[in-house]
Design a protein around this ligand. Structure first.
Ligand SMILES: NC(=O)c1ccc[n+]([C@@H]2O[C@H](COP(=O)([O-])OP(=O)(O)OC[C@H]3O[C@@H](n4cnc5c(N)ncnc54)[C@H](O)[C@@H]3O)[C@@H](O)[C@H]2O)c1
Length: 255
């Protein structure tokens, strides 16, 4: 039986962990050939598990801030699977508290380098391959924090707000090429990024409870709930969507 993305080739960054790993599993289950990439070599085990379950998957070590790594990643997708249709710009970093009165320029730049430069480089290097395939889809992981602010996270909010507008400009520029570009805005999802940030906070139990209660559904999301949104945007089911913000946040930003 054909899957929802059968015949498509997808490159997923940050696929060693959390949302990227789950997205790779879901896209592969629905028929896509998936190239997982991450700066963490642990992504190899995720790709091997997908292949063992009958999927088409490969992995390469890839730092999204490196132009040379992007060139290698796109070339690898085309070499292994013949083309590239879908790019999921998922790799990203969070952080514990960043104080605007004392925060360092280095910390600011590190955040922007991964979360915003990395997304630009992904589109810059994968875009020509997707155009050569006759069009496709780019899905950029922004956040609810690309739409609303959070004290102590100005650098993260700035990076994710940048992803939101980069997505819209790219959608306009690439509509004539048949490349759809959309952003996904998760609420707090139970992944290592969130659990590490909570553990690093002073009152982790209170922090966890406070974050959960900021979601009207009174729980964190699970990775599958974001992977399903990415699957929809990667598939032809969303063929009339481009430049859109797909918010998947348990109601966080509805208040
Ligand atoms: N978990 C959430 O609540 C949440 C909410 C909103 C948005 N997001 C976004 O979703 C994406 C995935 O987050 P997650 O929760 O799965 O985090 P995670 O920390 O579990 O996974 C992120 C992955 O990105 C990789 N990575 C980090 N820097 C990299 C780099 N320079 N090059 C290549 N890979 C790199 C890490 O090695 C890791 O495997 C991020 O962009 C994050 O900002 C997450």
């Amino acid at each position: 039986m054909a899957g929802r993305v059968t015949g498509k080739v997808a490159l997923i960054t940050g696929a060693a962990s959390g949302l990227g790993a789950e997205t790779a599993r879901v896209l592969a289950r629905e028929g896509a050939a998936v190239l997982l990439s991450d700066r963490d070599p642990a992504g190899e085990a995720v790709a091997l598990a997908i292949a063992a379950a009958g999927g088409r998957a490969a992995f390469l070590v890839h730092d999204v801030t490196s132009v040379a790594d992007w060139e290698a990643a796109v070339a690898r997708a085309v070499a292994d699977f013949g083309k590239l249709d879908v790019l999921v710009n998922n790799a990203g970093i969070g952080s514990s508290s960043f104080d605007l009165m004392t925060g360092s320029l280095d910390d600011w730049r590190t955040m922007l380098a991964v979360n915003l430069d990395g997304v630009f480089l992904g589109m810059r290097h994968a875009g020509p391959a997707i155009a050569a395939a006759g069009g496709g889809a780019v899905i950029n992981l922004s956040s609810i924090l690309g739409k609303v602010g959070l004290p102590g996270a100005a650098h993260y909010c700035a990076s994710k707000g940048g992803v939101l507008m980069l997505t819209k400009a790219a959608a306009l520029e690439w509509a004539p090429l048949g490349i759809r570009v959309n952003s996904v805005h998760p609420g707090f999802i139970d992944t290592p990024m969130v659990s590490n940030a909570i553990h690093a906070s002073e009152n982790s139990n209170e922090m966890r409870e406070m974050l959960i209660m900021a979601h009207p559904v009174a729980r964190f999301g699970v990775p599958r709930e974001i992977a399903d949104a990415v699957l929809f945007l990667a598939s032809d089911e969303s063929s009339f969507m481009t430049g859109a913000e797909l918010v998947v946040d348990g109601g966080y930003t509805a208040r």
